[in-house]
Design a protein around this ligand. Structure first.
Ligand code: GDP
Ligand code: MG
Length: 184
């Protein structure tokens, strides 16, 4: 797996990270919150950015993450291989208030692994943690699945910001750690 482009300098690193998961789980809003500190309550489908490049500080070093959003193709389960190509990290998102989106995680994981290296750094994200009253998937179920599949896990809310930065940073940091071990 190639984590880096040309030079062996960390400053030049650009990690591609993809957002995947069922439609309307909050992928675009997670990215909007992380990259621009915005939230859009009415976003129906996303005809938005293809990707967003974000600088992240890790151990005093600046790392760039290029985070890709699906632009709505996932509604037809038609995420292209170009979308996945070269990704070294993934946020696998479900909505804690819709069990179906959690049940579909296995399919997304399979798809991810058909297009990416098995070592792609992946975090399972249970989004909409602000909607406790509508919860259909317990935190323990999320944790167990993540453990079984060897994924990181976090519940987030793009609405109230909780854990959003942490979730993205966790992925980038782990990629960075793997990568810096590789060039040492
Ligand atoms: P995507 O299709 O996965 O990109 O989902 P969107 O980001 O477009 O969000 C779908 C809907 O869920 C929108 O109406 C959002 O406002 C709403 N939404 C997204 N994240 C959250 C969240 O953390 N909490 C709540 N309450 N609503 C959210
Ligand atoms: Mg979207």
């Amino acid at each position: 797996m190639t984590f880096y482009s040309k030079e062996d300098s960390v400053d030049d690193y650009l990690f591609k990270i993809v957002l995947i998961g069922d439609s309307a789980v909050g992928k675009s809003n997670l990215l909007a919150r992380f990259a621009r500190n915005e939230f859009n309550p009415n976003s129906k489908s996303t005809i938005g950015v293809e990707f967003q490049t974000q600088k992240i500080q890790i151990n005093g070093k600046e790392v760039k993450a290029q985070i890709w959003d699906t632009a709505g193709q996932e509604r037809f389960r038609a995420v292209t291989s170009a979308y996945y190509r070269g990704a070294v990290g993934a946020l696998l998102v479900y909505d804690i208030t819709r069990r179906r989106t959690f049940d579909n995680i296995n399919r997304w994981l399979k798809e991810l692994h058909t297009h990416c290296d098995m070592n792609v750094v992946t975090i399972l994200v249970g989004n909409k943690s602000d909607l406790e009253d509508g919860r259909e998937v317990s935190m323990d179920e999320g944790k167990s699945l993540a453990e079984a599949e060897g994924l990181f896990f976090m519940e987030t809310s793009a609405l109230d910001s909780s854990n959003v930065n942490r979730a993205f940073q966790m992925v980038v940091k782990e990629i960075y750690n793997i990568f810096s071990r590789k060039i040492m």
